[in-house]
Design a protein around this ligand. Sequence first.
Ligand code: ADP
Ligand code: ZN
Ligand code: ZN
Length: 677
Amino acid sequence: MQPTMYADVILPVPFESFTYAVPADMQAVIGVGWRVVVELGQHKQYAGIVLRLHDHAPQGVAVKPILALADEAPIVTDAQLRFWQWVADYYLSPLGDVYKAAFPGSMKKGVQRPTRRRKKGTETPDAADGQVPAVLSPLSAAQQQAYDGIIASWERDGKDITLLHGVTSSGKTEIYIHLIRRAIDAGQQVLYLLPEIALTTQITERLRRVFGDDMGVYHSKFTDKERTDVYMRQLSAQPCHLILGVRSSVFLPFQRLGLVIVDEEHETSYKQQEPAPRYHARSAAAMLARFSGAKTLMGTATPGVETFHLAQTGRYGYVTLLQRYADMQLPDVEIVDIARLRFQKRMKGAFSPRLIEAMGEALERGEQVILFQNRRGFASFIECRHCGWVPRCQHCDVSLTFHKRTGRMTCHYCGASYELPTQCPCCETAEFQKKGTGTERIEEQVSRLFPSARVSRMDLDTARTRQQYEQIIDEFSRHDSDILIGTQMVSKGLDFAGVSVVGILDADTMLNIPDFRSYERTYQVLAQVAGRAGRKGRRGRVILQTRSAQLPLVQHVVDNDYAAFFREQMEERELFHYPPFRRIICVYLRHRDNDLLQHLAEETAVLLRRAFGDRVLGPDAPPVSRVSSLHIRKIMLKMEPTAQVAAVRQTLLSVQQEMMSRPYVANLHFYYDVDPM
Ligand code: ADP
Ligand code: ZN
Ligand code: ZN
């Protein structure tokens, strides 16, 4: 009789792993990283991943057998498993959640599906299959210097991570392309990460021209099958050398990863918010590179404060590119004080005379205009004219947004949609006014100001799907529309030749968000939006409308003075104990019962203070303190950057365990956000 063998299997549920018995006939074949079909609970079958094999019988539970092997070879590599474990540990999230994030949905279902067998001995990509016509544009002198600087930072200075700080339209993408070519020529694989929304046909086509079929694209809006195909191809004997993808592509298998590029590294959308694991793809990618012995390049015109700090203190290599390609000048940014203009009644809706004039001139010359407004919808919210009552979501603690197109109000947190109120529940009058200015209203005003201009609007309402998003961008690229109105979405790495004027309608909305990053984000968004102006041809013009014209931050945008912005931020962050001077971990508790939750959160904070003292803040109700009928409390931990991560994690998990083991705690949900954005 064969000795008993057990397998710890990761399943797509929020736990570490489950132990199963390995049937005798599988024992000779099975190994770590194999996908197996198992039963969990009574009837549910899943595909899980073998994490380890051993001979320790679990105590006091009946062990079920593995039902089948799902493939003919392992489909998760040792390197991937190590990476999963890092994500799980660092972001305080069970391995099962990492597995869930790592695999397309259908690959986790408990059905057997045939997969291609990997040929022995051909596991590394073949460096010689460069069948693709390599049409590389030669680099300019400034670009070549930056390129050489990047290589030197890796090879001469021994840095693993280098920051390329290049102004907008300096040709960073062109430098990436040359670096990718170099890595592929050396037989290496490359991961090129972009923020979700920046991954358009624009960039895909640009890279496709150079790398042809040797490039795989991985996007969350692709179908399950498309993503599964990319995953399986990366395991095969002929993997793509280049993967262009969003956040989740850090979970793809790589066989000879040599270079990771994180474009627009400052983008907060690299951080997964919901569900767990709440990982930051920039940090995760850098760690993946480290596990693989690969180099990392982070590129941006507006580095994140923490990233720039690491570059300044020598932890990262640092290379600058201060000129735009083809000596295009950076745009001329002009501040317009809309507080004064409003007082003088000289505004037309959201538009100052300066902006209307600049737009008119551009349109007359046949040039294009981008208008940036940080809010979608027609009006931000609706308010009772008499008592100020504002309709709110029944399930969430937020006010509702009015959408003119549908004539309804929606909750931007849970998606619930509501009829307009007919009567105020507080004062029983029936007069409401619309407050705030969303993209939809801007569109209406533009059509009145410039009746013959063709206008497109891009926000989460008009660009719900990838197709819609691409269509709007294509339309504007082809100059089939003259004015593009958009939210943040229009700031992300887009390259339009015809845009000479960018109007920022209200720079202040972002500043008023109560978050230590609101200034950083405002600077980044303003500088990035401004950077869409004047990329080809005439020098661009940016009209920046604000009620905070005196604010130093606004002046730094005008002067394109990142260094001054950074100095100011660092002073504030040091003073108020924020990153990079502290590492933040947020502990969240959720429960249906608000009073019970408050009580439990206070007890949790007491336990945490016992270990961490006054590094513990809260509990507090976050700005949105109820979502989908669950109340939320947040406890913030501010640790010294030198704190032992493993020890902190251990303490947090034992406090959680203690809280969850109390008899009266049912349905309490605990989770963490490490390095929140
Ligand atoms: P960034 O990524 O820094 O914003 P891009 O790489 O998009 O800048 O370059 C801006 C524009 O200049 C693009 O239209 C690009 O095609 C062009 N460009 C940049 N470098 C070169 C080059 N070496 N040869 C030809 N065109 C270039
Ligand atoms: Zn009222
Ligand atoms: Zn809601």
